[in-house]
Ligand binder design. Structure first.
Ligand code: PEP
Length: 255
């Protein structure tokens, strides 16, 4: 992390876990453990848990986000939720382009861009996920692939709007698998993303862009990953569901 230049941000991605009652209980457990954090702390929770999560974190330093949003403001999109709906709840963050959305729900770079655009238009901050499959890493195309995902996702996003974007580098082979990218691998690709921002926008935009790593980050490996200069935080899945583990990652990011 380079805290002189940018914000360290730890965000939990709860995926399809926790009922509203369980959400209240977990956030009540996490809040006192992270209250002195010297980084931003976010919990992205399922749609049905959002109201409970917002209420449970009133007066704390935990911010709440959703895990996806649709690109249209409203309309015939059964089962979808618009960015405007989320913003109207007082929500500040939304994850866009998570690999599970790309893998299981037909999300493409183009729909990621449309959802990103909609989220920005609604005033939300976006945690934008990019990352390669194992076979793409083995084919040696990680840098090109991640650069392309980043460029397409940010198509039509102004330099000023970049302030509302956090990019999460999440190698798909490391998500929920227990396999973590080495700290050097994570740093290398986070630096590639930063270079893309410098090329498309400018150095100042790249220097201040928060680029997180995500993929089996936990209380045991967070220190090493977050110790790398281009890794500015983490997007945390499994470990975000255990208060002590999530708090330990927040502590590592607070150093
Ligand atoms: C994620 O869901 O974004 C993630 C990184 O999951 P995990 O930490 O469980 O690998």
């Amino acid at each position: 992390m380079n805290k002189q230049l940018r914000k360290a941000i730890i965000a939990g991605n709860w995926k399809m876990n926790k009922t509203p009652a369980e959400t209240k209980s977990l956030l009540t457990e996490i809040a006192p453990l992270v209250k002195d954090a010297d980084c931003d702390v976010i919990a992205c929770v399922p749609y049905v848990d959002l109201t409970t999560a917002i209420d449970a974190t009133q007066g704390t330093n935990i911010k709440i986000g959703a895990e996806n949003c649709h690109w249209a403001e409203s309309g015939a999109f059964t089962g979808e939720i618009s960015a405007k709906m989320l913003a109207s709840m007082g929500l500040e963050y939304v994850i866009i382009g998570h690999s599970e959305r790309r893998q299981y729900f037909g999300e493409t770079d183009v729909t990621v861009n449309k959802r990103t655009r909609a989220a920005l238009d609604a005033g939300l901050n976006v945690i934008l996920c990019v990352g390669e499959l194992l076979e793409q890493r083995e084919q040696g195309v990680t840098a090109e692939l991640v650069a392309m995902q980043t460029k397409i996702a940010l198509n039509g996003v102004s330099k000023d709007e970049l302030k509302k974007i956090i990019i999460a580098y999440e190698p798909v082979w490391a998500i929920g698998t227990g396999k973590t990218a080495t700290a050097d691998q994570a740093n290398e690709v986070c630096a590639v993303i930063r270079k893309v921002i410098a090329d498309v926008y400018d150095k100042a935009a790249a220097d201040t862009m928060t680029v997180q790593y995500g993929g089996s980050m936990n209380d045991g490996n967070a220190d090493e990953l977050l110790g790398k200069p281009d890794v500015d935080g983490g997007l945390i899945g499994g470990a975000a569901l255990v208060a002590e583990k999530f708090a330990a990652i927040v502590k590592a990011a607070s150093k």
